[in-house]
Design a protein around this ligand. Structure first.
Ligand SMILES: *[C@@H]1O[C@H](CO)[C@@H](O)[C@H](O)[C@H]1NC(C)=O
Ligand SMILES: *[C@@H]1O[C@H](CO)[C@@H](O)[C@H](O)[C@H]1NC(C)=O
Length: 224
């Protein structure tokens, strides 16, 4: 018995560790659903992981579980991207359910700049259009190709990814996250818009002060 145990236990331990790390995500709900009770205040951007008291589930209605705010595209940014992130702030019905989603529209040649979600894997479904999509893994290997209407690409949690409309018509993408608060960090703004010491940036990127200044103006806090 003891020899067999020593043979079998290490794989078991590895499997259980693996399961533990891959299931580490939002907390498990302890009830069917939890519509935040408006009398305790609304969920704000800074704290939408805060577990607010649920309203009495007897008061829930079908409308609490329906979101109608993404029938059309949002407002387009300078890069030709319009994103409507749907999290418990604007859709209280998904509070505590461990997921959220996004509608993203790209004008022809529009881009979704390199960014990552620290707390979620994303699946990205191209509803309409032709979208060059990809991510870079932690060894800087790129996985990218054009995704056509009806196809899905997955962006693993925490990895830098990006999209560009390569068709001649607008593209619409539906993205889904396995966290109600995936977070989104855009690489250009994180590097050049956050106030990192200028000399450090010059050395890191081999740029001169004028070039750093240009990047800072472009990606500074005023630009979303
Ligand atoms: C929830 O509402 C039901 C029906 O109105 C009521 O019977 C119940 O006591 C309420 N529960 C709480 C915890 O207030
Ligand atoms: C688009 O911008 C307008 C004006 O600023 C704003 O009222 C509206 O809520 C925005 N739409 C979305 C989906 O963010």
């Amino acid at each position: 018995m003891p020899p067999m145990m020593s043979t079998f236990f290490p794989p078991l331990i590895l499997i259980s560790l693996h399961c533990f790390t891959t299931s580490a995500s939002d907390p498990d709900p302890v009830q069917d659903f939890c519509i935040p009770d408006p009398k305790y205040g609304s969920i704000r951007a800074a704290d939408h992981l805060t577990i607010l008291p649920c309203k009495n589930s007897s008061d829930a209605t079908p409308d609490d579980f329906v979101f109608s705010g993404m029938k059309s595209a949002g407002n387009f940014s300078e890069t030709g991207l319009a994103a409507i992130p749907v999290n418990p702030i604007i859709f209280p019905g998904i509070n505590t359910l461990g997921m959220s989603f996004i509608r993203a529209d790209l004008k022809a040649a529009g881009i979704n700049p390199p960014h990552f979600h620290p707390r979620a894997t994303e699946i990205s479904y191209v509803v309409q259009g032709s979208v060059y999509s990809g991510f870079v893994d932690s060894s800087n290997r790129i996985f990218a190709r054009t995704i056509e209407e009806g196809e899905v690409m997955v962006f693993p949690r925490g990895l830098v990814h990006f999209q560009m409309n390569v068709g001649d018509k607008p593209a619409t993408i539906f993205g889904c996250f396995n966290s109600q608060n995936p977070g989104s960090q855009k690489i250009p703004a994180a590097i050049f818009g956050s106030g990192i010491d200028e000399m450090l940036l010059e050395k890191a990127f081999g740029l001169n002060p004028q070039q750093i200044g240009m990047m800072r103006r472009r990606f500074g806090p005023r630009v979303k």
